[in-house]
Design a binder for this molecule. Structure first.
Ligand SMILES: [Zn+2]
Length: 1085
């Protein structure tokens, strides 16, 4: 069978699918959260399939941690150290004593250590993945599988539907030592306390589509006696068990510690009822409501199971699962549905909706769709899944998922259950789209295995009724979180550990960043997510590495300097990461002192690589988060880099350095990943710092990259506020540790390429040492086997993580989509934003593996191919013009926007690091932000009104219409706000009304608007209040802080503003109309 296509060989950004051994094991077994044998000996696939899902590592450099380039052994010989800083240098601790100096930085002169020779292992970009036989298809995307299929046909993925064997958790028996420190939530036993007390809103379950339920479900308990009918015997629904409700031998109510711990995130459960009602409160109805609905729609679309029960037992009120509904409705319609209405793009110029574009609603039975996953969390490029790969190929659209799995949710149902119900075969979590054959058995919607309903599951904590498994919260919510019992961990959940690594070279101190960072940390120290186990530590570095002992009892922090950067070791490892609560004063003391300590430093060198090695060593016993702040190109020790940016060649789409120049950062990241350590990189630099190489440290360890170009506290003060705000979000946002994520899909579909920051540990298991609520992921899929007779398919992501409170939790999202058999239905369900987002991810890979121009060609070809297919295969009447189905009307515009986006644009005005950073954002941002930075929203703001405004917490938020991105839409009489995600521009026209200028901008005249205005004054005028409310509201909804630039018509920033006018022509790019003409030419060829 053909292997799912994927980009040709690549290094760096090209997706995690290169050659080599795919499983990366590293570190002590106890740190592995997943039992490796579980992952490798599944049904029918081997984790050693070559070439799949592994990172691109040059063949010559094996991935073993002990590859000789650096040695992690704790027992290496001590080499004499050169005393770089007399009196302060610390020798390897084998001497039994370290020289400890008080916290005064005695700066020594610059050191001239030769940079280490570590740049030899430059990954080759011409690895075996270049599908030589398929060069003709190079500019096409890989979702058209056939032309891109690999010569080695044996690599087809079968894991998608059998992935369950490689379950997200090990099924190991635990040794006693793995008791979780906070074991209360795991010890709830079946037969425990009553359930009725902590469910918050039993009666008013909001549709989970947008609003998962806010509640904590206590553990389900077994009913007191045997089940109504034991074993495989059919339960007669009309004879539900009669008898006392579950009683408990545990008299106290469940302490839903989870909800207590997470009180800031999850609403607390309703006050717990007294437990007296528990054993006397209710009895089973003689006929459960569920069984009374004789006119159940049944599941006409679902194939009958040979195990089907007699008709009488099938009256579960499950609505039909979809597909037939679609076909039937399509058949009845004489008119074309709106999504298929042909549009001549050359004629219809006003296609941009005035309100934010919504995700298409899958064409499912209303009852099913009501339960479907929120598209903000889980989205598919095609909401109508083509039945066969052939049909998908015809459509020339990519099939894939976009996920935002750990998004902050205001309401999230949490289940604490002693038994998490999963398919015995594929390990899918029970979800709203399974079918109940009867009261005792459910059929998996991914592999179709029939499973027994466990006894505990028979009791519904929501309705407090026994015998309604289909009404359990797990079956009513597409997004749900489970408290994981102990078998989901191989070691006790790790404590939250935060290590900060600061560049304190002369260059770094000069930017003034350390002040801002230390101040922000000081202000938010108490808000760091964690508990009494939280640990924190600090490292600073220039040409040497400085550790800080925060040992209890010290009167002040002690600085320890290690100058042997060739062979880094950790002095006093026990006192460098300390308990935050117990040592808070010393920590605060250090944060107050740090910014001043290096002000006189003349040290210009940067030993980032050795500092990261030290950080890794310090963190490996526990795992945790490293936050590294860097301001220049690393120049000393391992990982030293050389400048590769050649300004004159920026224009050329070829030959720019998008690939890492060393594999040091990637290899270290993989070591980190193996020890559950993630590295977040804050790059604050005015000079080229080779983000293409540095970024690997975050990318493969599941960290994030922040970039503050030309950060300077005086020359660029607006960046200070941005850093402050974003750092506050960063240090206080929710965090999950030692996480893994798996995505499963219905048998027949196959997932083949993952996008985002992580390491693919086995075929489909993403290793995420940290997971944060601001990270997005994308995957590409193919139709491996025809989905014949399947009316619907489902997708499920499961994220297993350790919360900052030390609980093991699993967040599960499940999405259900209909299967279609015609090309027009495929187009009808096209989600143009999701398609654009996935294409952008693929284009980053292509830019790195081939070239930028190749990626650009492929983007354009995606439009040409799909519109050609639509024209020749769907349109019955050929008409002149450029025809697109309504659902794809924005496709050319969005692709043009991608071509003009910083990641993919040509031209000389973009720095290499900035381009790389934008590529990082494409890969790591949730779709909503990616779309905003690709195609900004433009509003007129000088005439805001309250008409149609939102009312949120007594604030009135105006909602002006979105305008097309063209100067045609601008009037010199007005003022316009362009929201480009991470930056905002307010352009004020020359003849803008005096009212706006004085009432909003607070200046007397147009001419007096300051050149570098970045703030709106808070004035007591209605206009000012409205404008500020609108801008604040836009800002509040994102995890980063967009700077607002207020620009006059002739201001120097006007060109930046005009750059984002996607529909207009720029120096190097076509206007939208020209682009359409070009597409038309190609389509009509
Ligand atoms: Zn299954």
């Amino acid at each position: 069978m053909a292997q799912p296509g994927r980009p040709p060989a690549a290094v760096g950004h090209s997706g995690q699918n290169g050659a080599g051994e795919q499983r990366y094991t590293n570190g002590p077994v106890q740190n592995s959260l997943v039992h490796s044998s579980q992952m490798s000996d599944g049904q029918g696939y081997s984790s050693a399939v070559p070439g799949l899902y592994s990172h691109q590592v040059p063949a010559k450099v094996p991935l073993q941690p002990s590859s000789g380039q650096y040695n992690f052994g704790g027992s290496q010989n001590v080499s004499p150290l050169s005393n770089q800083r007399s009196g302060q240098t610390i020798n390897r601790p084998s001497m039994g004593h370290t020289s400890v100096v008080p916290l005064q930085h005695a700066s020594s002169g610059p050191q001239m250590l030769p940079p280490s020779q570590n740049s030899a292992a430059v990954p080759s970009s011409s690895s075996s993945f270049v599908p030589g036989a398929h060069n003709a298809a190079l500019s096409n995307w890989q979702y058209d599988q056939t032309p891109m299929s690999q010569p080695t046909g044996s690599q087809t993925h079968h894991f998608a539907h059998i992935a369950g064997t490689a379950s997200t958790h090990p099924s190991l028996s635990l040794s006693g030592s793995t008791n979780p420190p906070t074991s209360h939530q795991y010890t709830v036993s079946p037969g425990g306390p009553p359930l009725q007390n902590s469910y918050m809103k039993p009666g008013s379950v909001p549709a989970p589509v947008n609003r998962p339920l806010a509640s904590v479900f206590p553990p389900a308990r077994s009913p007191p006696g045997p089940p109504p009918v034991g074993g495989p015997t059919l339960v007669r629904p009309s004879a539900p068990p009669v008898g006392p409700p579950p009683t408990s031998s545990v008299p106290h109510p469940p302490l839903n510690s989870a909800s207590n711990h997470e009180a800031t995130t999850f609403p607390s459960p309703a006050p717990q009822n007294l437990n007296l009602g528990r054993s006397i409160g209710y009895s089973y109805p003689t006929l459960p409501p569920a069984y009374q609905s004789a006119s159940s729609p049944g599941a006409p679309g679902m194939q009958s199971s040979p195990l089907q029960y007699p008709a009488g037992s099938q009256s579960f009120p499950q609505p039909a699962l979809g597909g037939n509904h679609l076909t039937a409705s399509m058949g009845r319609l004489s008119l074309q549905p709106e999504g298929l209405r042909p549009i001549n793009l050359l004629q219809e110029r006003n296609i941009l909706p005035v309100t934010p574009l919504q995700a298409p609603v899958p064409n499912l039975h209303e009852e099913i769709q009501k339960l479907n996953c929120n598209p903000e969390l889980f989205r598919c490029t095609l909401t109508n899944i083509p039945q066969t790969q052939a049909l998908l190929n015809k459509a020339k659209l990519p099939l894939g998922l976009l996920l935002h799995p750990f998004k902050d949710l205001s309401q999230l149902p949490v289940v604490t259950s002693s038994t998490i119900v999963r398919c015995r075969s594929c390990r899918t979590y029970i979800n709203p789209f399974v079918s109940f054959l009867d009261q005792r058995r459910w059929k998996c919607n991914l592999c179709y295995r029939v499973n027994d309903v466990p006894e505990e599951f028979m009791y519904n904590p929501v309705t407090r009724v026994y015998g309604e498994p289909h009404k359990r919260p797990e079956v009513q919510n597409a997004t749900i979180e489970f408290m994981a019992p102990s078998e989901y961990m191989l070691r006790p959940p790790q404590p939250p550990v935060y290590l900060f690594v600061f560049d304190v070279s002369h260059n770094a101190i000069e930017t003034g960043y350390l002040n801002t960072v230390c101040k922000t940390l000081l202000d938010n120290l108490d808000l760091l997510p964690g508990n009494t186990r939280t640990k924190i530590g600090f490292i600073t570095f220039d040409s040497t590495i400085h550790f800080y002992s925060l040992q209890e009892g010290l009167s002040q922090p002690q600085m320890l300097i290690v100058s042997d950067i060739e062979d880094v070791f950790i002095p006093m490892p026990e006192n460098l990461l300390v308990n935050l609560n117990e040592n808070k004063e010393l920590i605060q003391d250090l944060l107050r002192t740090l910014p001043q300590m290096f002000t006189k430093s003349l040290e210009t060198q940067s030993a980032l690589g050795p500092a990261l090695q030290a950080a890794f060593k310090l963190m490996s016993p526990t795992g945790g988060r490293i936050s590294v702040f860097q301001t220049q190109l690393p120049s000393l020790g391992v990982g030293a880099l050389k400048s590769r940016e050649e300004p004159n060649q920026r224009a050329a789409a070829k030959d720019i350095h998008l690939t890492p120049s060393t594999d040091f950062y990637k290899k270290l990241a993989l070591d980190c990943s193996g020890q559950q350590v993630a590295v977040d990189l804050f790059l604050l630099s005015g000079q080229y710092s080779d983000l293409a190489s540095l970024g690997c440290i975050s990318r493969y360890s599941a960290g994030s990259v922040y970039y503050y170009q030309s950060y300077h506290h005086q020359h660029n003060p607006v960046q200070v506020e941005k850093l402050q705000k974003e750092l506050k979000r960063y240090v206080t946002r929710k965090i999950g540790f030692e996480a893994v994520m798996r995505i499963r899909c219905t048998k027949g579909l196959s997932i083949h390429t993952f996008h985002g920051n992580f390491f693919v540990r086995s075929t489909d298991l993403l290793s995420l040492p940290n997971v944060n609520p601001d990270a997005g992921y994308a995957v590409q899929m193919s139709v491996e086997e025809s989905l014949t007779d399947m009316p619907v398919v489902s997708f499920q992501s499961a994220l297993l993580y350790t919360s900052s409170k030390g609980e093991r939790r699993i967040r599960v999202h499940t999405m259900c989509l209909p299967v279609v058999t015609t090309l027009s239905d495929v187009y009808l369900g096209a989600d143009v934003q999701a398609i654009t987002g996935l294409l952008a991810n693929m284009a980053v890979d292509r830019s790195v593996s081939a070239s930028l121009s190749d990626a650009r060609d492929a983007l354009v070809n995606a439009v040409i191919d799909s519109l050609s297919a639509y024209r020749s295969l769907v349109l019955s009447i050929q008409q002149p013009g450029l025809m697109a189905p309504y659902s794809l009307r924005l496709f050319p515009l969005h692709v043009l926007a991608l071509l003009k986006q910083k990641a993919f644009q040509t031209g000389t005005n973009i720095r290499l690091d900035e381009r790389i950073f934008t590529m990082c954002q494409v890969k790591n941002q949730p779709l909503i932000y990616l779309m905003l930075m690709t195609h900004p929203n433009l509003y007129r703001v000088d005439n805001l009104t309250d008409e149609g405004a939102l009312n949120i917490n007594d604030r009135t938020i105006p909602q002006p219409p979105i305008l097309q991105l063209s100067v045609e839409k601008l009037s010199r009489d007005g003022a316009y706000l362009m929201d480009a995600g991470s930056v905002m521009f307010m352009w004020v026209g020359k003849n803008c009304g005096q009212n706006f200028i004085s009432q909003v901008l607070g200046v007397p005249s147009y001419a007096s608007i300051p050149q570098n205005m970045t703030h709106l004054p808070e004035l007591e005028t209605a206009e000012s209040i409205r404008t500020i409310a609108f801008i604040s509201w836009l800002r509040e909804q994102r995890p980063f802080f967009p700077i607002l630039y207020i620009i006059r018509d002739e201001g120097p920033l006007k060109s930046s503003f005009l750059q984002n006018m996607i529909e207009d022509r720029t120096e190097s790019a076509l206007s939208y109309y020209e682009f359409l003409l070009h597409i038309q030419q190609q389509v009509n060829k």
